[in-house]
Design a protein around this ligand. Structure first.
Ligand code: GLN
Length: 227
């Protein structure tokens, strides 16, 4: 069933992977976060109720293509490869991939040191794609970024490559690890929709523009990323 073509529905379905704080994470059994709040604005604009479908990050583009979800808000990096499968909104967040290491280990001090190392990543992410480019590196893919971080803490990995903001949250929760100053990439997050759904894409772009102009984006930024 194509959710995006169901005219009778009173809901709009957003797909995400709630393993990515502060963009999407679970709090009191509910998926919350920066992306969820933006998605609520989109639903509000359409006069629909927001339903959040939490699934594996690697399943999100397929869920759009099969109509299981109407749009994806998942800290998803806008890449040319993905843009062949889905349409992206205007970028709404500037991000980067960073390297997390254990404080008591000096084997990885820069990105050059990742050559030949064991790197943990989250399945289906740009961090995984980037890490697989590193010469001689063994890349271990986990369903959740936090599981990769736990493996690092337990000495099973030399480093974790993951998006900066979630990395900061994971490091906050664990004093045995730290983020290297040198970033691996710069990238941009965008909201994804089914290629056929031009109308929804237009509305999403309007909402992004509106909240950037009326201060709501800044308020959300402060709420989730403020010191
Ligand atoms: N920004 C990364 C990507 O798009 C990771 C996103 C995520 O894990 N939710 O691949």
């Amino acid at each position: 069933k194509d959710a995006s073509k169901d005219d009778d529905k009173k809901v709009i379905v957003m797909g995400t992977n709630a393993e990515f704080p502060p963009f999407e994470y679970i709090e009191a059994n509910e998926v919350v976060g920066f992306d969820v709040d933006i998605s609520k604005k989109i639903a509000e604009k359409l006069g629909l109720e927001l339903v959040v479908e939490n699934m594996q990050f690697a399943s999100l583009t397929a869920a759009l293509q099969t109509g299981k979800v109407d749009f994806v808000a998942a800290g998803m990096t806008n890449t040319p490869e993905r843009a062949e499968e889905v349409n992206f909104s205007e970028d709404y967040f500037t991000a980067s991939q960073v390297i997390i290491v254990k404080k008591d280990s000096d084997t990885v001090k820069s990105k050059e040191d990742l050559v030949g190392k064991k790197i943990g990543v989250q399945l289906g992410t740009t961090g995984e794609i980037e890490s697989k480019e590193i010469e001689g590196a063994t890349v271990e893919s986990y369903d959740a970024g936090y599981s990769a971080v736990m493996s690092l803490v337990n000495g099973k990995l030399d480093a974790v490559v993951i998006d900066q903001k979630p990395a900061e949250k994971f490091v906050e929760q664990n004093d045995k690890i730290m983020i290297l100053d040198e970033e691996l990439t710069k990238e941009n997050y965008a909201i994804a929709v089914n290629k056929e759904n031009e109308e929804l894409l237009k509305t999403i772009n309007e909402v992004i523009k509106e909240i950037q102009e009326n201060g709501e984006y800044d308020a959300l930024y402060e709420k989730y990323f403020g010191e």
